[in-house]
Write a protein that binds this ligand. Sequence first.
Ligand code: ATR
Length: 268
Amino acid sequence: MEHSLSPVMHNAAFAELGIDCVYVSFRVLPRWLRDAVRGLRSQGILGFNVTFPHKIEIVRHMQKLDQTAERIGAVNTVLNAEGELVGYNTDGVGAIEALKQNGVDLSDSSFTILGAGGAARAIVFALAEKATRIHVLNRTFRKAERLKREVKRKLRKDIEVAPLSKKWLTQTLSATNVLVNATSVGAGAEPRGSFMNELHLDRAMTVFDIVYGGPESTLLQKARQQGCKTIPGIEMLLYQGASAFEIWTGRGAPIETMRMALANHERQ
Ligand code: ATR
């Protein structure tokens, strides 16, 4: 069984609502993904989550895709609807809920998202439906450009994109209220020359780092020292999990129980 925080919060939620289900996690190597999915389906399992590195590859094994998952091109939550696997993506809603619950006014903020990978795509698509000022900076610029084109085509919304360079960071952050790190960089010490060392944070900014697990990320430490409001990645884990829970069970997720289970686990 693999180390993951999801069983902690989902099992606490099942217990709270008296639902006779159990959440377990397994490591699946990419070459076994197809067999793993078939196995889950044939055993009538209610649903499951998929995470790195399977979120895109899993799409081809779904019988149906929810509109959000289709837009993003990635799935993190699967519902087994009597043998028909339906793919959802709750990462975007999870991030939006984490922002809202932490006091961010979506329509009145200017956002900068760092990254254009799977997680960033989910966040940008969800945010573009609610916010008007979105900048995306990514190391590989063409991925950011592709995201801009897709958001325009699928949502008819405009976002700004730029390379993740010192020049663009400085320029973009000067007009940013909410910074979201959706790159996989952040846990542990930063390598020399990392973009993290180029960030100039204003204390009026809210900083959200989706990296979770382990000690506080370098970005959040820096943000806290600057006096910024910070949102840790565990908040996104919590709200994407709550949304998945609701898809599987059709019942409202007991958020506080889930939050407490995660906090207790972190303290151990
Ligand atoms: P996830 O599903 O977690 O989003 P991903 O799709 O592999 O994972 O995306 C990782 C993101 O982190 C990408 O935006 C990646 O930038 P590239 O598109 O240029 O690869 C970004 N990333 C990873 N390592 C990075 C680094 N050292 N510096 C800057 N960005 C980095």
